[in-house]
Design a protein around this ligand. Structure first.
Ligand SMILES: [Cu+2]
Length: 106
C-alpha cells in the first residue's frame, strides 16, 4: 500500500468518526419583508451562519434574548450570527415585537 493511500484511509476514518465536523459550514439567508421574517422557521447545523437582510423601507432588528442582538437595520442592511451550539433560538424584532422567527440548530 502506498503512503498516499494510507493517508487517504486515515482521513476517511477520521471523517467517519467525527460526523459533527463539516468541511464547509453553510451561509443561510433570512429576508425581512413586509414585517415578516422569511423563512420564519429554519433548521441549521452547528457552525452555520444565518444572515438577515432588511428589505423593508423602515428599520428592524433581530433579537434573541441572551443570545444575539442586531443593531437597528435600515433598508438593505444585514446582520449575521454564527450558531456554535445546538438549541432552539426564538427571536423577534425589538421595534415590532409581533415579528417573530425561530432558528433550530442541530
Ligand atoms: Cu421590525
Amino acid at each position: 500500500m502506498t503512503t498516499t493511500l494510507l493517508r487517504s484511509l486515515a482521513l476517511a476514518a477520521a471523517l467517519l468518526l467525527a460526523p459533527g465536523l463539516r468541511a464547509h459550514a453553510e451561509e443561510i439567508k433570512v429576508t425581512i419583508d413586509n414585517f415578516t421574517f422569511s423563512p420564519a422557521e429554519l433548521k441549521v447545523k452547528v457552525g452555520d451562519t444565518v444572515t438577515w437582510t432588511n428589505h423593508d423601507d423602515i428599520p428592524h432588528t433581530v433579537v434573541s434574548a441572551g443570545k444575539f442582538r442586531s443593531k437597528t437595520m435600515d433598508t438593505d442592511n444585514s446582520f449575521s450570527f454564527t450558531f456554535i451550539s445546538a438549541g432552539d433560538y426564538k427571536y423577534f424584532c425589538s421595534l415590532h415585537p409581533h415579528m417573530t422567527g425561530m432558528i433550530k440548530v442541530e
